[in-house]
Design a protein. Structure first.
Length: 428
């Protein structure tokens, strides 16, 4: 779905739902996700124009589509025939996204491994075919990826590899006319923990990364830097920013200061708990949400503003067992546990999950409103807005809400539509 605003001529917003919500390991799984949720969801909204989807292509599917014989062209045709607009892609988890044990391997392979670059370029090739088959050469296609792995050490080799991919994408645009923006996603505890650290990564890309890419690809350093500034961008995830207590205005300013495009804004919602020391029942329910698939990084803000950090929910429980009472002195805990974006949005919604738990929906709504009212911060003509809640299979039934998966996705999409309407954006 596309949206326009009378005060922002020449600007567009594209809205879609990320299909990593459905497990998929190969092309057949991707096609099943399209038919199982994307098409039924699209029918509920109708209207003119194609319905937006964020396509998660695991490596097996991406490489399968890259085989000779027109597989990618045929896939692009089937997507158009379904009435779907694949304007944004996810090339983050290599595979096994919904499988037990993912949490410690979610960043593998890292950027120093050639397979990460090969996978990313395979997804870019599919994205280019989909854009051309859709007749959409204006604007850009976004692909989200990670910054390198766990901690600052994960940046090793990332700047060089990402800059080389930027040069690859510049060559792809020169050959096809399709601009792909590879959008790096800051994530708590990763090589870009927040948007400030993302800025540090961009600086490294423009320095040693561009020089390395120039040597490897036989272009000038200036050409490599130009490729970085045009084809490397930011994927700003509202859940991730909220977990690190980044104020929406601060996150957007960091994106602008980095001088690269805001390739994608992911509308997502984190779990929160106010005054954990005084609410033992809610604290127990918060910690009981630990599960074995996804990594649930948790941050706590102390009265003076200092942040405590843990890699996962069991780590918080372990610290409490060891007598770390500072966690109980915190004003608030926030956890990287995606919950539906419509939960906690009402003014009285602090505890709408029950048992004293709440969400960061207001943070997400403020971030979206700021982005929609300041297109000058995008660095591109289109804002790609993607709803991403992939945790329905591990959420307690009373948290995920009534109905089946598509019912939940519809409520979230309508919540995003309400945010667009409140900011004056109407369906084009």
């Amino acid at each position: 779905m596309q949206f326009e605003h009378p005060d922002h001529p020449g600007r567009r917003v594209r809205l879609g739902y990320c299909l990593n919500v459905v497990p998929a390991e190969d092309l057949a799984g991707v096609e099943l996700a399209l038919d199982r949720v994307a098409v039924p969801l699209a029918r509920r909204f109708g209207g003119s124009g194609a319905f937006g989807v964020g396509l998660y292509l695991p490596a097996k599917a991406a490489f399968e589509l890259g085989l000779p014989g027109g597989a990618a062209d045929a896939f692009a045709g089937r997507l158009v025939d379904r009435g779907l607009d694949g304007f944004t892609f996810n090339a983050f988890p290599f595979g096994g996204f919904h499988a037990p044990g993912l949490k410690r391997g979610v960043f593998a392979p890292h950027w120093h491994d050639p397979r990460r670059r090969e996978f990313t370029l395979a997804v870019a090739s599919v994205a280019e075919r989909v854009a051309r088959r859709s007749g959409r050469l204006a604007g850009h296609v976004s692909i989200s990826t990670h910054a390198g792995g766990f901690g600052a050490a994960g940046r090793t080799g990332a700047a060089e590899a990402l800059a080389a991919v930027a040069v690859d994408l510049a060559e792809l645009e020169a050959a096809t006319g399709v601009r792909v923006v590879l959008s790096v996603e800051p994530e708590p505890r990763s090589a870009a923990n927040d948007t400030a650290e993302f800025g540090e990564l961009v600086a490294a890309l423009l320095e040693r990364g561009a020089d390395s890419a120039a040597d490897e690809r036989g272009v000038s350093p200036d050409e490599a830097r130009a490729a970085v500034l045009r084809h490397l961008g930011l994927c700003l995830d509202a859940c991730h920013a909220a977990v690190e207590f980044e104020a929406p205005a601060v996150a957007l300013e960091a994106a602008r200061a980095a001088r690269v495009p805001l390739g994608k804004l992911q509308l997502s919602n984190a779990l929160r708990l106010l005054d954990p020391g005084a609410n033992g029942e809610a604290r127990a329910r918060f910690l009981a949400l630990a599960e074995g698939v996804y990594l649930h990084q948790t941050s706590a803000r102390l009265p003076g503003g200092e942040l405590l950090r843990a890699d996962d929910l069991p780590d918080v429980a372990q610290q409490l067992t060891r007598g770390r009472s500072d966690w109980l002195r915190a004003e608030e805990w926030r956890c990287h546990f995606h919950v539906p974006v419509d939960l906690g949005a009402a003014p009285e919604g602090e505890s709408n999950l029950g048992g004293g738990l709440g969400t960061t929906a207001r943070h997400g709504a403020e971030l979206l409103a700021l982005a929609l009212s300041h297109p000058e911060t995008w660095g591109v003509d289109e804002l790609h807005l993607e709803v991403e809640t992939y945790t329905f299979d591990v959420l307690p039934r009373d948290v995920r809400g009534p109905g089946e998966l598509v019912d939940n996705m519809e409520r979230e999409t309508r919540h995003a539509l309400a945010g667009l309407a409140a900011a004056g954006w109407t369906r084009a």
